[in-house]
Design a binder for this molecule. Structure first.
Ligand SMILES: Nc1ncnc2c1ncn2[C@@H]1O[C@H](COP(=O)(O)OP(=O)(O)OP(=O)(O)O)[C@@H](O)[C@H]1O
Length: 266
């Protein structure tokens, strides 16, 4: 379980990205975090694995106070939490399987680290992870020969190989076309349902969030303004998360298109 207790995050430049966040996420949930650009979605997700340190309150993962972890403890803790980024974060000039095997590097003995030799068992686990996301046949192809969707699935396989309890996904489909996005979202859903891995995803596509997540968290100006099931997301709720924005034209456009796209769903 992930628990935020009165969490606040203020960056060193004085920007308060999160204030008074109270939240409980049970193991196995599929949570989508939605909100305008700059609302605090990435910060919320990245505090969970200590990519960002909170500045006040308490953040607990399975009753462990994340802020109190040090050195080796942080590295061990992060092994349980996979992270997926918009930009895939793969090494392009090596094979798919070697990208997945990278997830085992922290566990290797020094000589294996130096020689880059992985065990047979690790290779099998890597192949198994690729199979889970349907790209086993691409194992020995260089990453830069794959499409964006396939690359995101390699990133997902790399995360799965580390056998995580939680996957944090920061805009995982932002650079994918709608058809590929759907395939990747189906992967997330299958992994969440069959392996009971919690998925916490920051996503701009509200209609996709409503289709795949079983819980929606709406963030506005660093605060949670909605927390409920997709079926409870009405136009009024969306207006509360996105609406009445007059501070920037860019945001107004984002609101207009979001409300338009989701109007068929709510
Ligand atoms: N490293 C940082 N230093 C200072 N301020 C930051 C930093 N990262 C984010 N912020 C600020 O914190 C606030 C929340 O940013 P965050 O990236 O969490 O929002 P977001 O909802 O994920 O936005 P987007 O959808 O555009 O990624 C914004 O005002 C942003 O400018």
């Amino acid at each position: 379980m992930i628990e935020f207790k009165n969490v606040q995050k203020t960056y060193p430049n004085g920007t308060t990205a999160l204030s008074n966040i109270n939240l409980k996420i049970e193991q196995g949930e599929f949570v989508a975090v939605i909100g305008l650009s700059g609302a605090g979605k990435s910060t919320l997700i990245r505090c969970i694995n200590r990519m960002h340190d909170i500045t006040d309150g308490q953040l607990l993962v399975d009753h462990v106070d994340v802020s109190k972890l040090r050195g080796k403890q942080i590295r061990r803790f992060r092994r349980r939490i996979g992270m997926i980024f918009q930009s895939f974060n793969l090494v392009n000039r090596i094979s798919v399987i070697n990208n997945v095997l990278v997830s085992f590097v922290p566990d290797l003995s020094l000589w294996r680290k130096l020689t880059g030799i992985f065990t047979k068992e690790q290779k099998l686990l890597a192949l198994e992870a690729l199979d889970k996301v349907g790209i086993l046949d691409k194992a020995y192809i260089r990453v830069d020969q794959l499409s964006g969707g396939q690359q995101q699935r390699v990133a997902l396989a790399r995360t799965l190989a580390q056998n995580p309890d939680i996957i944090l996904a920061d805009e995982p489909i932002a650079s994918l076309d709608p058809v590929t996005s759907k395939i990747v979202m189906e992967d997330f859903k299958r992994i969440n349902q069959t392996m009971k891995i919690s998925v916490i995803m920051n996503i701009h596509h509200v209609e996709v969030a409503l289709e795949y997540a079983n819980r929606i968290i709406g963030v506005r100006a660093g605060e949670i303004v909605f927390d409920g099931a997709p079926a409870e997301v009405s136009k009024r709720v969306l207006n509360n998360i996105y609406g009445n924005v007059s501070d920037s034209e860019e945001n107004n456009e984002e609101v207009a298109s979001t409300l338009e796209v989701v109007s068929g769903h709510v």
